[in-house]
Ligand binder design. Structure first.
Ligand SMILES: [Zn+2]
Length: 96
């Protein structure tokens, strides 16, 4: 049941004007869809940041991984006294 905001008289559903005082009945407005869209956009930003960090971490990890692999290969070449492989690896590292 609705009541008039001006005089407090009972209002019939769908009534636009109060029968007691003639004041216009203020309709409760529904939440604009724009607000929902804004919330979605705000929610997207942290996802993009997290994705960027993950991508950066992935690239850093793969770079560290390849350099450690090269270091391992150099160590193996030194152990085997393989000078040809060692010079090749050192040239590869210098080019990086
Ligand atoms: Zn009224």
């Amino acid at each position: 049941m609705k009541f008039c905001q001006n005089c407090g008289a009972e209002l019939v559903k769908g009534q636009r004007f109060c029968t007691n005082c003639g004041a216009e009945v203020t309709q409760q407005q529904t939440v604009p869809t724009e607000t929902a869209h804004r919330k979605k956009k705000k929610f997207l930003i942290p996802i993009i940041i997290v994705a960027a960090f993950l991508l950066l971490a992935f690239f850093l990890f793969t770079q560290v991984d390849t350099s450690s692999k090269t270091a391992d290969a150099i160590g193996t070449a030194i152990k085997n006294k393989d000078s040809a492989a060692l010079s090749k690896l050192l040239l590869q590292t210098a080019n990086l």
